[in-house]
Design a protein around this ligand. Structure first.
Ligand SMILES: Cc1cc2nc3c(=O)[nH]c(=O)nc-3n(C[C@H](O)[C@H](O)[C@H](O)COP(=O)(O)O)c2cc1C
Length: 231
């Protein structure tokens, strides 16, 4: 993110808040009862860990924990010397807290790590309403009743590879719980977009969002959010 772009995200977020008056492919092991949330509910029954999946898309812009540029540091969080993307970090926390499996949504084609090139590619994908091919789909999705789906806000929207994910999996009848990371745009209406798109799923209203500037507080914020969901 260039600093100009970052300022724009923040300015637009401030305008949106003022205007609305609102207060505001790998499966890895992460931490009973089937969730019974409905679209009108903000809490859900305790999640059965073996039937819960945390799927996320995330693009840390470097693999090197040292000497990061500002753009690289914006997109990454270092945990015990390992670079994680911001959304990847949140996914990992949720996985550990719930005891759920974690699945990384990856594109078949490697994405550029260089920030400007990544922004350009994302913008081109958005303008073309592209559906980038994914490296892999979730194996045996039928095993899960509850799917957390996490992504960074890209150009005020859901990254296009996540649209591919939503369209290439049959999520009907499943409980969907959303989380995002952002640079000022918060959820940017993407929870509403997904609720409309997944009309045969139960999308829990209480989506989580955290600024990339608050990643040091992510464990506590995710903990509070999971508690507010009834977990
Ligand atoms: C291509 C691109 C577009 C972005 N667009 C937005 C945006 O519209 N609004 C916003 O708040 N942040 C935007 N950001 C910032 C990311 O949402 C933020 O840095 C996020 O935490 C990155 O998550 P990740 O490390 O999991 O990929 C953008 C970042 C990239 C790379």
């Amino acid at each position: 993110m260039t600093s100009t772009t970052r300022r724009n995200f923040l300015a637009l977020a401030a305008i949106a808040l003022a205007g609305s008056g609102a207060a505001g492919c790998s499966i890895a092991e992460g931490a009973g009862d089937v969730l019974t949330g409905s679209e009108s509910s903000e809490t859900v029954a305790p999640l059965e860990k073996s039937r819960t999946l945390v799927a996320y898309f995330s693009v840390p812009e470097t693999n090197d924990p040292d000497n990061m540029t500002e753009d690289e540091a914006n997109s990454a969080h270092v945990v015990r010397g390992k670079v994680l993307g911001n959304t990847q970090y949140v996914a990992q926390i949720i996985g550990e807290r719930i005891g759920a499996e974690v699945f990384r949504i990856e594109t078949a084609e490697d994405l550029p790590l260089e920030h400007g090139s990544l922004e350009d590619l994302a913008l081109r994908q958005q303008e073309a309403n592209a559906r980038p091919k994914l490296k892999a789909l979730v194996p045996d999705l039928g095993r899960y009743d509850n799917i957390f789906i996490g992504y960074p806000i890209w150009w005020y929207d859901i990254p296009k590879p996540v649209y591919t994910f939503l369209e290439e999996h049959d999520l009907s009848g499943k409980n969907v719980i959303l989380f995002t990371t952002h640079g000022g745009s918060r959820l940017s209406g993407t929870d509403e977009t997904i609720t409309q798109k997944l009309s045969d799923s139960t999308v829990v209203r209480n989506a989580f969002t955290i600024s990339r500037d608050d990643m040091d507080n992510a464990e506590a914020e995710v903990g509070d959010w999971l508690k507010s969901l009834g977990q």
